[in-house]
Design a protein around this ligand. Sequence first.
Ligand code: KIV
Ligand code: ZN
Length: 430
Amino acid sequence: MGNTRIINWTKLERGVSLELELLGASMDTVHLFDTTLRDGEQSPGFSMNREEKLRLARKLESLGVDVIEAGFPVASAGELASVRAVAAEIRNTRVAALARARREDVEAALTALEPAAKPRLHVFLATSDLHLAAKLRISRREALDAISRWVRYGREHCPEVEFSAEDASRSDIRFLLDAMETAAEAGATILNIPDTVGFSTPEEYGAIFHRVRNHLGRNESIILSAHCHNDLGLAVANSLAAVRAGARQVECTINGIGERAGNASLEEIAVALAVRQSFFGVRTNIRLEQIYSASRMLSEITGVSVPPNKAVVGSNAFAHEAGIHQDGILKNPLTYEIIRPEAVGVPARRLVLGKHSGRNALRTRIEELGCALTADELAQCYRAAMALADAAKEVTDRDLLTFAHQARRGRLEANAPAHADATASAGSLQ
Ligand code: KIV
Ligand code: ZN
């Protein structure tokens, strides 16, 4: 990593922000590949239509992710159209489309990527004997042939190809090495090593990266990538172990949504790499101050709230209940707070809305919280907020988010509620 300049977060005084320019431009960058719109979206309760995907894709671009995986185009005509719409609109961030190693998938993904400014074809095939025998019913030789054929074909039609060895962490390591070498020879420059079923531990997962890196040699044009699921609650720990072992791309999702127990959570990885930068010695391109609004936008779109105790973006993540903790925080926030709420965009202040507050203030605050409302929805929120302000004197960010969420879903009563929480449907916004 050469001439790395490291600042120890724990030595930073409060008030010095997390701004990355302070943290040494010469560090290695870990690219964050966001798969909220693909691995996240395919899990129950999280499906998104084209407009919703587009809205989130714009937010992901502004958040600073390096790659947006927009979907799995062969799944349906609608999915292909959604991925194509994202590819047509997003100009600065790479847009990836997923394909199994077979013709119809690769053709669908290439069609969806046609309008992309920076397209990436993402081809995958399982490499564990279990998947080869029980699911695909092909031999190892046939698997290598399919990898070689469809990665090569992809490279003829797309400037950048990623190959993923599904169930890599449960694959025979020698065969996994063969598969990686085959994909690299066929032209893949990003080699992803998924822990598809969330089975690995940090030590094991890191060791796989060392083995693959040693096998391929110091080829600067190849980026190793981590992709972890959270079945044992280890997705973020495993991803960070991969970074320590040389991974320079991490695949993750907003709020950690994804198949079964979810994927590694983007906000936890980005903040861990920033807060413990002296330990990891790498940086990311994420604009940390947009993390909270991205998380809220996803909750708003899907209607699925974040658990209160979720790291970084849960409503309790910065709440201090115990008297001893409150006392410590008042004396010096560093006693119990390793992340400044403002650094990740968590609203630290309460908006006091009184009779004299204007619609503009309300709209600005709602936008800051990550919600874009129509004029009509905004008017409904305004009426509700004013009525609550009359009754309760102040309207908190939490109340505003509840109103915005309900207005978008057509569930905000024209008459103002006695209290925002009283009208919130079970399990709505934190
Ligand atoms: O978990 C997994 O193996 C995947 C691949 C398709 C990358 O999502
Ligand atoms: Zn996955």
